[in-house]
Design a protein around this ligand. Structure first.
Ligand code: SF4
Length: 379
């Protein structure tokens, strides 16, 4: 099998992993690159500051000893299988990098033979890239469940980001759909990675992914788990992956079930509120509940808490401002820095990035409700 044939299989197989943000897109190779052709496995990932980074997102192998019920690569599934050799994958990635096709690599894998065996080979790719080819781009490495701690340490040293996929937040979901995986081991990998990062003062970030909609797990379960992991410092971000049916099995939702994309979006919105706005999961929804699909969770919270409003824009603290629908951290900071030197009128709030129509029902300026359809705030 040629390296391109492997890339066809292993680039497509990686698309199910959402533990780095990314949307698939086709990028054509430069004319000098084995002739003009479409390159599989190339994704656009969004960085924290909003830039788009073309990544090679690929599995090292899709041969797996596990038989996770929901997975396209499960051991019992009859699909084409492939594995890279460490050097051929490192050379391929490096060539794409040098030619400007990619700016980074997200390397994940199924678990062939054992976690340690596969992790060793993934690390060999990373070592070749960093130490032999002087690769300076972004590198995200997946931690395979149950890997030796020393391998986790090496991954944390070599990568910009490491992730260990929890897949589900409740033990019984894992037992049902991912037999052989244990929550204790998956969270343990994140804890080890965090310890090594702190011991060696490395900037490596930690993420995970959970699948949404394959089990009875509620948004409350998922957000509670996310916030607990954030509070323990074990995660920079949790990613949510709407369940995409690829297998028929009585333990799964019917195959014709559409992926719960709106639910996934609401979870991302709630996650932002927890990480950047100071909300707790208990404020956003009650035990056993899902988020309201009809409106975003911040608006939903505001409508349930009339006692908190209106917020007076001339006096409110940062923490109060960012609870107003339509006002985010950036616009709240701008408002705080400008309001003492400006006359707050009905002109200009939109220029601060405030979504005025959204904010209007929840604010006052100088004790008065601002009129609708007027631009607000002038200097
Ligand atoms: S470990 Fe489970 S989820 Fe991961 S590739 Fe293997 S079967 Fe799929």
């Amino acid at each position: 099998m040629t390296v391109w044939e492997k890339l066809e299989i292993l680039g497509a197989a990686a698309s199910y992993d959402h533990s780095c943000t990314g949307t698939g897109f086709k990028r054509e190779a430069p004319a000098s690159f084995e002739g003009r052709r479409r390159i599989p496995g190339i994704y656009l990932a969004q960085t924290a500051d909003g830039r788009c980074l073309p990544l090679l997102k690929v599995l090292f192998t899709n041969r797996c000893r596990y038989d996770c019920v929901y997975c396209v690569n499960r051991a019992s599934k009859d699909v084409p299988r492939a594995s890279f050799e460490p050097r051929e994958l490192a050379e391929l990635a490096m060539e794409l990098y040098r030619k400007g096709v990619i700016r980074g690599i997200f390397l994940s894998s199924a678990v062939a033979r054992s976690a340690d065996y596969t992790m060793e080979r993934m690390l060999e790719v990373a070592r070749l890239l960093r130490q032999v080819y002087s690769f300076r781009g972004y590198l995200h490495l997946k931690l395979l469940p149950g890997s030796d701690p020393e391998l986790v340490r090496q991954a944390v040293r070599l990568a910009n980001r490491v992730s260990a996929n929890l897949e589900f937040v409740r033990r019984k979901s894992l037992a049902l759909l991912a037999p052989g995986k244990e929550k204790r081991i998956l969270v343990g990998a994140l804890a080890q990675a965090r310890r090594f990062k702190l011991e060696e003062e490395l900037p490596t970030s930690l993420t995970t992914q959970v699948i949404v909609g394959a089990t009875q797990e509620t948004d409350y379960d998922i957000l509670r788990a996310a916030q607990n992991l954030y509070r323990q410092g074990l995660l920079k971000r949790m990613y949510f992956s709407a369940y995409l049916p690829v297998n028929d099995d009585h333990r799964l939702p019917p195959k014709e079930t559409p992926p719960p994309l709106l639910r996934e979006r609401r979870l991302y919105e709630a996650d932002f509120l927890m990480r950047l706005y100071g909300f707790s999961y208990e404020e956003l929804l009650g035990p056993g509940k899902n988020l309201d699909l009809a409106k975003d969770p911040k608006l939903s919270w505001a409508e349930r808490h009339p006692e908190f409003f209106p917020v007076e824009l001339k006096k409110a603290s940062y923490e109060e401002l960012i609870r107003v629908p339509g006002i985010g951290p950036r616009s709240a900071k701008k408002l705080l820095s400008l309001r003492k030197d400006c006359v707050l009128t009905t002109k200009g709030l939109a220029r601060l990035g405030i979504r005025v129509e959204r904010a209007l029902p929840f604010i006052t300026i100088g004790g008065k409700r601002p009129a609708r359809n007027l631009s607000l705030f002038s200097l």
